[in-house]
Design a protein around this ligand. Structure first.
Ligand SMILES: CC/C=C\C/C=C\CCCC/C=C/C(=O)SCCNC(=O)CCNC(=O)[C@H](O)C(C)(C)COP(=O)(O)OP(=O)(O)OC[C@H]1O[C@@H](n2cnc3c(N)ncnc32)[C@H](O)[C@@H]1OP(=O)(O)O
Length: 280
């Protein structure tokens, strides 16, 4: 695939520039006035995080980082789904080399998003289970549309959210609530998420959500960017360092766990249920 790290201008619409690294599954649009970049996931049908989407996410985050944007807003092109989380097809009957690359890429995306020196916000314009919730909670601020759900539902699938998923969750929720929600594999409605503090605000449309995210990012306009970035880094350094130190172990643990016959069986049943539901 043709991919260049050089930022290229491919289109203009109003005061925004659409930037692209020739990726297909994400777009990055920078508002010329505010300098804020909107990173949109656009992998049909549900923004399932497969290897390719993860690669494009990483490229786009790096692009925004190196372009010194004033902020990053993460959102989705799907009208009802922010992200369905990890693409279960990547973990079900996996191919040996691909699943290694997949998990390694997920680690990369988390390290760059959670550790981004640019201020980040998520405009959650749809359901956001598991990996979708990981992305949202890796940002510094969340605005969500009504009548959707968000949470780390891994235990409901018979799988376990790794420690770094918990780190993002714990950067938003108090330990007692985070632990209970994770153990239950609980999905929160928008209203419940607001009440518990898993999201910061609600909005009635995607446009309003993006505006509210931009308003949050605008609160840093008068703060020294280096002081802000270093402060954020200090808050997140221990979590980031922990994964950096344990990356190989984390990958091996994941491979061991995911290849257990009981886990494969559980994923197969879950997938079958999803497909049956989709056909109804
Ligand atoms: C000690 C620890 C060490 C190691 C760790 C071990 C294990 C690793 C754990 C890894 C952590 C995992 C994180 C994850 O993200 S797992 C994925 C969890 N996601 C879900 O459970 C979401 C499932 N999907 C849904 O709930 C709904 O689809 C959703 C998102 C609410 C949308 O609903 P709807 O609009 O009605 O759309 P459909 O359900 O009809 O779906 C359309 C279509 O998409 C397919 N699909 C949906 N989600 C996924 C998915 N996550 N992966 C793959 N495919 C998905 C669905 O089957 C339909 O397909 P079809 O072909 O029938 O059209």
């Amino acid at each position: 695939m043709l991919r260049t790290k050089v930022l290229s201008l491919v289109a203009r619409s109003g005061p925004s520039r659409l930037m692209s690294t020739a990726t297909k599954l994400t777009t990055v649009e920078v508002n010329d006035k505010t300098g804020i970049a909107t990173l949109t996931m656009c992998r049909a049908p549900v923004n399932g995080l497969n290897l390719e989407l993860l690669k494009d996410l990483k490229t786009s985050i790096d692009e925004i980082e190196s372009n010194k944007s004033r902020g990053l807003i993460l959102t989705s092109s799907n009208a009802t789904i922010f992200s369905a989380g990890l693409d279960i097809m990547e973990m079900y009957n996996p191919e040996k080399e691909r699943i290694r690359a997949f998990w390694t890429q997920l680690q990369e995306v988390w390290l760059s998003l959670y550790g981004s020196s640019v201020p980040t916000a998520a405009a959650i314009n749809g359901h956001s289970p598991a990996g979708g919730c990981l992305l949202a909670t890796s940002c510094e601020y969340r605005v969500m549309l009504p009548k959707f759900t968000i949470g780390l539902n891994e235990t409901q699938l018979g799988i376990v959210a790794p420690k770094w998923f918990m780190s993002s969750f714990l950067s938003v929720l108090p330990q007692r609530q985070a632990e209970r929600a994770l153990n239950q594999g609980r999905m929160f409605s928008t209203e419940e998420a607001l009440q518990i503090g898993l999201i910061d605000e609600t909005a009635t449309s995607k446009e309003e959500a993006v505006e509210k995210c931009a308003a949050f990012l605008g609160t840093f306009a008068r703060v020294n960017p280096l002081a802000r970035a270093l402060t954020k880094q200090q808050f997140r350094a221990a979590d980031l360092q922990q994964l950096e130190n344990e990356r190989k172990d984390d990958l091996e643990k994941f491979l061991f766990f995911i290849n257990q016959p009981a886990v494969q069986k559980g994923l197969g049943i879950y997938l079958e249920g999803l497909k049956k539901k989709a056909k109804k």
